[in-house]
Ligand binder design. Structure first.
Ligand SMILES: NC(=O)c1ccc[n+]([C@@H]2O[C@H](COP(=O)([O-])OP(=O)(O)OC[C@H]3O[C@@H](n4cnc5c(N)ncnc54)[C@H](O)[C@@H]3O)[C@@H](O)[C@H]2O)c1
Length: 257
């Protein structure tokens, strides 16, 4: 039996980067996965890849930062697969240029970053917690960031949204514990995904960021392995944890860039 045999997982932002790798890894561990993304083609591509590997997945288009979409996703997962056990709150945006130093940020940009990165976690958890409890318990994995622990400055809305995700995770854990649900947050460093195209496209920046990770540049697959661990019984003693899975980036205290 695999670690997640018989489990059902919902992944937001599953069409790219960490969410795509996480959806593949959860399915690879035996879960049935509802892959959602605001971009339809991306969600479908991930679900198709899972199906081609002989695993079970469906795609669903949804904006995780809208309460009605979050409720629909939970309803779809439960209807398609009979239950919901795992919620991987991954959808997020980083907008260098639009986000920045607070006096320079258009308030509409602030609202949108908070809506997509933080309110989505609330909306999806709000809808999923009763369903996961009804299924007998499970796990929620929230995506914070190394920026929740060590902001670089210059991406104020993003840092605040991720700090909120970390604190919401800790605040949710006691209440969820009573329902048999564990809630943890992951704080990746700088991972090779489309979100970081600006860094990976610039050799000097890429080298600087690489030096900041004691274990080297991070891949989506290594974070996905942690997501599977947090979704599975192997992590049964972990809840309310805000995990620095950043290759040592925050251990340096001062970012080396
Ligand atoms: N890449 C990194 O270095 C890094 C580090 C720390 C945290 N994170 C976080 O990990 C998560 C995934 O990032 P990534 O690097 O894979 O980015 P990415 O841009 O590769 O993928 C993000 C996905 O989320 C989707 N998305 C955006 N807004 C959405 C919404 N409102 N509803 C549903 N889906 C939406 C996008 O369409 C995309 O498919 C984000 O929350 C990000 O903040 C990333």
């Amino acid at each position: 039996m695999e670690a997640l045999t018989g489990k059902v997982a919902l992944v937001t932002g599953g069409g790219s980067g960490l969410g795509r790798a996480g959806a593949l890894a959860l399915a690879g561990a035996g879960a049935h996965v509802l892959v959602s993304d605001v971009r339809e083609a991306s969600a479908r591509e991930t679900a198709d890849t899972i199906q081609r590997a002989g695993r079970v997945a469906q795609a669903s288009v949804a904006d995780a930062g809208r309460a009605e979409d979050a409720a629909r996703l939970v309803e779809e997962a439960t209807r398609e697969f009979g239950a919901l056990h795992v919620l991987y709150n991954n959808a997020g945006v980083a907008w260098p240029g639009r986000d920045g130093f607070t006096p320079d940020i258009d308030p509409a940009t602030w609202d949108e970053v908070i809506r997509i990165n933080l309110s989505s976690v609330f909306y999806c958890a709000h809808a999923a917690i009763p369903a996961i409890a009804a299924a007998g318990g499970g796990a929620i994995i929230n995506t914070a960031s190394s920026m929740a622990r060590l902001p670089l400055g210059g991406l104020d809305a993003y840092a605040a949204s991720k700090g909120g995700v970390a604190l919401l995770t800790q605040s949710l854990a006691p209440g969820c514990g009573r329902l048999g649900i564990r809630v943890n947050a992951i704080c990746p460093g700088y991972v090779d995904t489309p979100m970081n195209a600006l860094i990976w496209g610039n050799d000097a920046l890429k080298q600087a960021f690489a030096r900041g990770h004691a274990t080297g540049l991070q891949t989506p697959e290594e974070i996905a392995e942690l997501v599977v661990f947090l979704a599975s019984e192997a992590s049964r003693s972990l809840t309310g944890a805000v995990l620095a899975c950043d290759g040592g980036w925050t251990a340096f205290k001062q970012p080396p860039i």
